[in-house]
Design a protein around this ligand. Structure first.
Ligand SMILES: *[C@@H]1O[C@H](CO)[C@@H](O)[C@H](O)[C@H]1NC(C)=O
Ligand SMILES: *[C@@H]1O[C@H](CO)[C@@H](O)[C@H](O)[C@H]1NC(C)=O
Ligand SMILES: *[C@@H]1O[C@H](CO)[C@@H](O)[C@H](O)[C@H]1NC(C)=O
Ligand SMILES: *[C@@H]1O[C@H](CO)[C@@H](O)[C@H](O)[C@H]1NC(C)=O
Ligand SMILES: *[C@@H]1O[C@H](CO)[C@@H](O)[C@H](O)[C@H]1NC(C)=O
Ligand SMILES: *[C@@H]1O[C@H](CO)[C@@H](O)[C@H](O)[C@H]1NC(C)=O
Ligand SMILES: *[C@@H]1O[C@H](CO)[C@@H](O)[C@H](O)[C@H]1NC(C)=O
Ligand SMILES: *[C@@H]1O[C@H](CO)[C@@H](O)[C@H](O)[C@H]1NC(C)=O
Ligand SMILES: *[C@@H]1O[C@H](CO)[C@@H](O)[C@H](O)[C@H]1NC(C)=O
Ligand SMILES: *[C@@H]1O[C@H](CO)[C@@H](O)[C@H](O)[C@H]1NC(C)=O
Ligand SMILES: *[C@@H]1O[C@H](CO)[C@@H](O)[C@H](O)[C@H]1NC(C)=O
Ligand SMILES: *[C@@H]1O[C@H](CO)[C@@H](O)[C@H](O)[C@H]1NC(C)=O
Length: 677
């Protein structure tokens, strides 16, 4: 307890160094000296902006140093597979200055708390800090170069990174403690349940914090209380619950400076009010610890994230020339990536929140615009008059409008990982989307990313062939890990079509699937009791490890083959029999299927495929309705008591403060209005 307290104190003092005002409000700072350097402004650089031709110099340098760490862990991982001579193979690569070190990326989809908790379990299976990974896990986390998340996936990524790269095991172990990360017993509107006094003081705090931002002259929107509320659940140990913590502040953390974590990326889309976006014309933005921007032709610009908030014209400080910092609050960033959920706050009047707590919440919320409430306005727009962007909507407006990263239906944040200069060789694409009627993924996200590469305005990238949704379902491609783009030799005509010269990464697609728990909870299920939470996490572990390595003895080896494949192709190394049989087993074989007209796609496809799970079939139907929490906890308790959920998970009985049911309907409606697929 003492140690925990001390860590909190240290963190808080670091945190205080980030926002110049030590609060949620941005403030004036010294302008960086690089603005005045004679040789700084070039064709491709102006003030705080640079053209999006590759990654930043800072990221490039950072990643080279990260390579030195990942390579050692990759060796360690491969030693435990059946692959031969991997140490000497990788040593040769390190000593060959023209060879590239294999880079691994992990990508986590959106899908609310379901996506967050599935992701937690999925990464736990890859993290040697989780109990059990030595015998039945795939400990490659320390070999990963990138980690991306959007919406619920960004909550997960940010929770880990901004809690000083804590482990899921540690979060599990804290469950039930005061100040535990991810106490989701009650929803964000009434986090203290029936304790109206505490709820009221929570809303008063949010109101104060958000007023400070408004008083500093910045526009506030529904995204502010949303991001702040989430931060209370994700950073409960910090005195100010992350109010002064910025996304770019990570640059100063020890874990980032010593390259001991993967490089985090959070994705959001551009959408101007009154406009719809579809996958074809969306603009994919990314936040990383150094920058915010987009590789798409509409923007083609990145900005130094720390100074976002400074009024800029062509990247130079405008107005009175002051520089500002602190707008990139970490919660505001993942709030921006998940604006779909802003709707939730508008349901205040349909909840049972009462008395002081209602008054406090209503005081804050009623002042915020209800129109276009899924948009996070970033004002002033850092890309104003960017010399490179082509979209008038975006670069000629004084506000930058960003929305939920899943609104263009690319729900797995793969786009940033396809950038040639990132040199990613393999992506673990964790898809926790709710595509089917029963909230399971069906591959739609990959189809969207595949289609997008052929748009001329989108960044110059390529992405391997994937089949249609019908094929994903019928051929059981969501039933077990499936590899796409296994052979570079099959991708040459694709690369011609997209005018790219680099081979896209191999994609390891891993879909949400019920192993020990029905993890198809609704995207808008906003509270989880501890048993449900732990069962979701445990099931996630089973997803990423192919049921704890019990289905296929060779699974680790096959993952090793996928990781090394691009590198071996570059080096002209033969595939080898071991990997050949892996690829025969896990690569999509190119066959396709179309359901006959009038025949609907199967709803019960989780019961098909060789790797079905009998237990899940029994209760799959009951779990469709997110309200059936009684079913959920019943099946949860039957799976408790093993290492991952062996902590004392007190099942607090939710006083059901919010009328989940009506709320749910409204949200489902809102979702369809937004024309999400
Ligand atoms: C964060 O973790 C690193 C390494 O695990 C440790 O050195 C550092 O002290 C931690 N920082 C805080 C504030 O706890
Ligand atoms: C600026 O970027 C363009 C497009 O990527 C590139 O062709 C050009 O060489 C760059 N110019 C400089 C001076 O780096
Ligand atoms: C990586 O490590 C090698 C030796 O261990 C060292 O020579 C090299 O400078 C390091 N590279 C970076 C970018 O840190
Ligand atoms: C995880 O691996 C790292 C690096 O190999 C090692 O230092 C650490 O002790 C391991 N942790 C556990 C819990 O095994
Ligand atoms: C898989 O491993 C996790 C972590 O050790 C454990 O909690 C879970 O019970 C295991 N699941 C099965 C099906 O063995
Ligand atoms: C995107 O396409 C949709 C459908 O064609 C259209 O309604 C919308 O205006 C377009 N949005 C932008 C930003 O071009
Ligand atoms: C709740 O309803 C009251 C009365 O109709 C209204 O004044 C208030 O703005 C509503 N609050 C929210 C957050 O919608
Ligand atoms: C910025 O966009 C908003 C919403 O589309 C629009 O109402 C406003 O007029 C635009 N402002 C400028 C300066 O173009
Ligand atoms: C590739 O280049 C051709 C010819 O310049 C162009 O027509 C096509 O739109 C480009 N394709 C993409 C995906 O950019
Ligand atoms: C891909 O290439 C491999 C080896 O070059 C070949 O055996 C296989 O049939 C090809 N697969 C597809 C789907 O084209
Ligand atoms: C599910 O798996 C069980 C056990 O492996 C098997 O007996 C059953 O036939 C499978 N069901 C389907 C629909 O594939
Ligand atoms: C998918 O799974 C079902 C049920 O186990 C099986 O009958 C079918 O052959 C599988 N489809 C393919 C393409 O493997």
């Amino acid at each position: 307890m003492l140690a925990h307290f001390a860590a909190t104190l240290i963190l808080t003092s670091i945190v205080n160094a980030w926002s110049p005002t030590d609060s949620y409000a941005p403030g004036i700072v010294d302008c960086p000296s690089y603005l005045d350097e004679d040789d700084y402004n070039t064709d491709n650089r102006t003030g705080f902006l640079r053209r999006a031709n590759g990654i930043s110099d800072l990221e490039e340098k950072w990643m080279q140093e990260r390579d030195n760490i990942t390579i050692e862990h990759l060796k360690e991982f491969l030693r435990d597979t059946n692959l031969k001579n991997t140490d000497s193979y990788l040593d040769d690569i390190v000593s060959n200055s023209s060879a590239r070190i294999p880079r691994i990326a992990l990508s986590f989809s959106g899908g609310g708390y379901r996506a967050m908790l599935c992701a937690a379990g999925e990464i736990a299976g890859l993290d040697n800090r989780t109990v059990g990974t030595d015998s039945h896990g795939l400990p490659i986390l320390e070999a990963a170069s990138y980690i991306s998340g959007l919406s619920g996936g960004s909550w997960f990524v940010s929770s880990l990174v901004y809690n000083n790269w804590t482990s899921v095991q540690e979060i599990i172990d804290q469950t039930g403690d005061d100040d535990a990360i991810w106490d989701l017993d009650h929803n964000i509107l009434a986090p203290h349940g029936i304790n109206i006094v505490k709820d009221a003081s929570y809303w008063d705090d949010l109101d104060d914090q958000i007023s400070q931002k408004r008083d500093a002259g910045f526009e506030v929107s529904m995204t502010d209380p949303w991001g702040r509320g989430l931060s209370y659940q994700f950073f409960p140990g910090l005195d100010d619950k992350g109010a002064s913590m910025t996304f770019s502040g990570l640059q100063d953390w020890e874990i980032f400076k010593n390259h001991s974590i993967p490089f985090p990326i959070v994705v959001s889309d551009g959408r101007t009010p009154g406009n719809k976006i579809i996958n074809g014309n969306s603009t994919v933005f990314e936040f990383n610890p150094f920058e915010l921007g987009s590789y798409d032709g509409y923007v083609d610009t990145f900005v130094d994230l720390k100074y976002v908030g400074t009024p800029m014209d062509e990247g130079k400080p405008s107005g009175n020339g002051s520089c500002w910092a602190g707008l990139d609050n970490t919660g505001f960033v993942f709030g921006t990536s998940s604006t779909l959920f802003n709707q939730f706050l508008l349901q205040l009047n349909t909840t049972d929140l009462s008395g002081l707590a209602y008054t406090a919440a209503n005081h804050l919320l009623q002042d915020l615009s209800k129109d276009e409430n899924d948009i996070a306005p970033w004002h002033p727009n850092p890309f104003f008059n960017s010399p490179w962007g082509s979209s008038e909507h975006i670069i000629s407006n004084d506000t930058l409008f960003l929305v939920d990263g899943g609104e263009d239906s690319q729900n797995v944040p793969l786009y940033p990982l396809l950038q040639e200069s990132r040199g990613v060789d393999v992506i673990f694409a964790f898809d926790n989307s709710a595509d089917t009627d029963e909230n399971w993924p069906n591959g739609a996200s990959l189809v969207s990313t595949y289609e997008r590469q052929f748009n001329s305005h989108s960044a110059n990238v390529s992405f391997p062939y994937v089949p249609t949704i019908d094929t994903f379902l019928h051929n059981n491609l969501t039933a077990k890990p499936t590899f796409f783009g296994c052979y570079a030799s099959n991708l040459t005509s694709l690369m011609e079509e997209t005018n790219t010269t680099y081979v896209p990464p191999l994609v390891i697609y891993i879909a949400n699937r019920p192993w020990s728990f029905n993890s198809n909870t609704s995207t808008f299920k906003l509270s989880y009791d501890d048993d449900e939470k732990l069962s979701m996490i445990k099931n996630g572990f089973e997803i990423s490890t192919f049921n704890n390595l019990t289905i296929d003895d060779n699974f680790s080896t096959c993952i090793g083959c996928a990781i090394l494949q691009r590198s071996k192709e570059r080096m002209g190394e033969p595939l080898g029999d071991e990997c050949k049989s892996c690829f025969d087993e896990y690569c999509w074989d190119g066959s396709t299927y179309t359901y006959p007209e009038n025949a609907s796609q199967p709803n019960d496809f989780t019961t098909t495929g060789r790797y079905n799970n009998t237990q899940s079939q029994a209760s799959a139907d009951e779990e469709v309705n997110p309200d059936s929490s009684s079913t959920a906890s019943a099946s949860a308790s039957s799976t408790a008591g093993n290492s991952i959920s062996s902590i004392s998970s007190k099942s607090h009985n939710d006083a059901n403060i919010n009328g989940v049911s009506p709320l749910f309907t409204v949200l489902a409606l809102a979702l369809s209005v937004l024309a999400l697929n």
